[in-house]
Design a binder for this molecule. Sequence first.
Ligand SMILES: [Zn+2]
Length: 193
Amino acid sequence: MTSGTNLRQTSATSNMPATANLVGQRFKRLLVVKLASSRPILWLCRCDCGNERLVPTRNLRNSNTKSCGCLQRDVVRQYATIHGATADRKRTSEYRSWRHMIERCYNPNIREWKYWGGAGVQVCPQWRHNFQQFLHDMGPRPVGHSIDRYPDKNGHYEPGNCRWATPTEQTRNRRPRTPKQATMSPTAATIQQ
Ligand SMILES: [Zn+2]
């Protein structure tokens, strides 16, 4: 590799000192979109929240800048809750709900399986193998809520057909059953999760 020419350099980078092309790289919440300025070097970055921001190379590389600023602002908001829950996922109620959902559908050795997996209920692929995606789509679980298939109570566990519901909401959405069966219904079992 000769030092004089680099065919991969774009016209935007040709006038500046040799520097790594960071376009396409991700630094925490920031995705580098393009070089916005060569003197000083500033990268246009798009944050996961949708905002854009100009960031010097050094601040990206040393992790001083991890977002447009929303990371700090969001500490007490939902997004940060999700990230915190992800980092600490095994101890979260969301993680337990996710595990139980998969067990109900795919573990024939547990008693509840016959009402879910045995009845053809499935977990969509993007959730089945990815807790973070499940958490991202569902959001944090409010206290006293559990996962409910809604609006289609006979549908699968997938985005658009799941919500965090209170026991009352789940009862309203319950499959019709005789009173004797109702005490053992899947919904009643779900509420215990
Ligand atoms: Zn942001």
